[in-house]
Design a protein. Structure first.
Ligand SMILES: [Zn+2]
Length: 316
């Protein structure tokens, strides 16, 4: 249980910064976020936890053997690479396996400490048999399956507040009542086809802070009391920002900060641990994306300083 001065465990890896050429996806954001948090003292460099890659067997808890074979042997078809929308390289594969291991580590730490942040992950567009939209494999789904197999969690909620619908995650857990998938996203945006989550909140273009926060508070409280998760996996996408190149919502940096606070307050208040991953963020100014992600970590730090009674502790 965290003491008042507890720091939030932060998981990351330098290899997340993959070279993908000129691209809207700023993979340098992972390094920039870490550097800013260390420079300001929110995170001590010595306390950073380096992610270890997931094993192939762990990745296989979510993904089909045929798809994994194609990734391992570098034989994705041209169409599969086009749908992925990032160049497929061994470095991308390495970063994806590290991201899955990093989200798994963050989930374990969240169950031990209340809150943990993965400065990476959130690749929610990956399906069991294919990747798309910058997402090769679904790190969050893999982490959930690994912890569930070990009996560490029985009930999990995925709170996906990236501006894009969590299509891959919704499909993976469609028939799994132990995992509640919640996606709040811009309706008129990628992906065109949105397989149903357990709860989808489709937002109109340019939805602003106040309407967004009202909907979030209502739906989050409702799902926490109905599903009673031990763990909330929070995808804190920075792309719900009003100046995002791939987003069309109207949230301000202040509004996004409040969004993060709402998730931590409500989830911890309901006795759930919170594992955070960064997910998307493509602001015109990369500095804005970095600041939004840093705010999420600052909110996590503040939330971790408060007493937390895990739901598991209340049960025999
Ligand atoms: Zn996104």
């Amino acid at each position: 249980m965290p003491s008042p001065n507890a720091r939030v465990p932060i998981v990351w890896h330098p290899a997340y910064e993959v070279e993908i050429g000129p691209h809207v996806f700023p993979t340098q954001k992972y390094r920039l976020v870490r550097e800013r948090l260390v420079a300001e003292g929110t995170v001590a460099a010595a306390e950073l936890v380096e992610a270890q890659p997931a094993t192939d067997e762990e990745v296989g808890l979510v993904h089909d053997p045929a798809y994994l074979r194609k990734i391992t042997t570098g034989t994705l078809s041209l169409l599969e690479q086009q749908v992925l929308e990032v160049p497929f390289t061994p470095a991308l594969r390495g970063a994806a396996w590290l991201s899955a291991g990093g989200s798994t580590r963050a989930a374990r730490l969240a169950m031990e400490r209340g809150v943990a942040v993965h400065l990476g992950g959130g690749f929610h567009h990956a399906f069991p048999d294919h990747g798309e939209g910058f997402c090769l494999i679904n790190d969050v789904a893999i982490a959930i399956r690994v912890l569930a197999r070990e009996g560490i969690v029985q009930r999990v909620a995925v709170v996906d507040l990236d501006v894009h619908h969590g299509n891959g995650t919704a499909a993976i857990f469609r028939d799994d009542p132990s995992v509640f998938t919640f996606s709040m996203h811009q309706e008129n945006n990628y992906p065109a086809v949105k397989p149903p989550s357990d709860l989808d909140v489709n937002l109109k273009d340019a939805t602003g802070d106040s309407a967004y926060l009202q909907l979030l508070e209502r739906h989050l409280s409702d799902l926490l009391s109905r599903h009673q998760p031990e763990l909330v996996f929070y995808l804190a996408g920075a792309d719900a920002y009003r100046f995002d190149q791939l987003g069309g919502l109207g949230l301000s940096i202040e509004g996004l900060k409040r969004r993060d606070q709402v998730v931590f307050e409500r989830a911890l208040g309901a006795g759930a641990g919170v594992a955070v991953c960064l997910a998307g963020g493509y602001a015109h100014q990369t500095d804005d994306t970095v600041e939004i992600h840093c705010n999420t970590v600052r909110a996590a730090r503040d939330a971790a300083a408060r007493p937390f009674t895990p739901r598991g502790a209340l049960q025999p």
